[in-house]
Design a protein around this ligand. Structure first.
Ligand SMILES: [Zn+2]
Length: 264
């Protein structure tokens, strides 16, 4: 069982990324040429604005397979397909870490959580930074219209929920960026119902994004009523724990394959 902790997300505390600057177009084209000569269909993706942007070399076929955004951006005849470059200037440079998650997901089918940094496990601040990254990654998945990446991020969140502390306010950004029916909302509501203590709910600030808090607390109240109708034995079950390895919080539904079947 994880402990809920009372930390506020503080975007200013997030690590900043090195200013990589813009290499010359010729150098960039040369790199792409070398990679393509090895049979790889590589594009350059810039995350962030101008000189603060971070550059990624991305396998275009995988990006198209997993993201409707890349699929549309790289359609035949587009400027992006022609230049083999996609720019994402509207993502702030802090989203580079989230894009790194997407980048490694494309080749591995995995998004890491708690496992890689043992010291983050019971360190509220470090653990909270990793939660920030996972929340950013989920939001990036929304921007890139990548259901498979979002589902992998959700699996990392489930794993982290079961092994690490959970910041008390992760629902804020996730509610802000999701629709009423998004399964991610089910996860954060289950965290509130099954992992939080009653004093955690009592400390929520109703003046902090009141409309969002109201929606969240409405969903939490409904979920508590549903739990109340269960037998004592069923009430004791933690749906987050029993979801591990399954598709309970995934977006793909019955008609689309799970991302886990897409990686060999
Ligand atoms: Zn699934």
């Amino acid at each position: 069982m994880s402990l809920a902790i009372r930390t506020r997300r503080d975007r200013k505390k997030r690590p900043r990324y090195v200013d990589h600057g813009s290499p010359s177009l010729m150098l960039q084209m040369l790199t792409i040429f070398i990679l393509r000569s090895h049979g790889e269909n590589i594009i350059v993706v810039w995350v962030g604005r101008d000189t603060a942007a971070t550059k990624f070399y991305v396998d275009a076929d995988l990006a198209i397979q997993h993201s409707e955004f890349f699929s549309a951006a790289l359609k035949d005849g587009s400027k992006e397909a022609e230049e083999r470059t996609v720019r994402l200037p509207d993502l702030d440079e802090g989203m580079a870490a989230a894009f790194e998650d997407f980048h490694s997901f494309l080749s591995s089918g995995k998004v890491t959580s708690g496992e890689t940094d043992e010291s983050a496990k019971y360190d509220a601040e470090k653990g909270s930074e990793e939660w920030d990254r996972l929340v950013d990654s989920w939001i990036l998945g929304n921007v890139l219209v990548s259901g498979s990446f979002k589902d992998a991020v959700v699996d990392a969140m489930v794993h982290k929920t079961l092994t690490n502390s959970v910041p008390i306010d992760i629902h804020m950004d996730l509610y802000q960026n999701s629709s009423d029916s998004a399964p991610i909302r089910k996860l954060v509501v289950d965290i509130a119902v099954h992992i939080w203590y009653e004093e955690d709910i009592a400390t929520l600030d109703p003046d902090d994004e009141p409309k969002l808090q109201a929606k969240f607390l409405r969903d939490v109240a409904v979920a508590f009523h549903k739990v109340k109708q269960l037998s004592k034995a069923e009430q004791a079950k933690d749906p987050i724990e029993s979801s591990e390895g399954g598709c309970h919080y995934h977006e793909h539904g019955a008609d689309k394959p799970c991302y886990k079947t897409m990686f060999g």
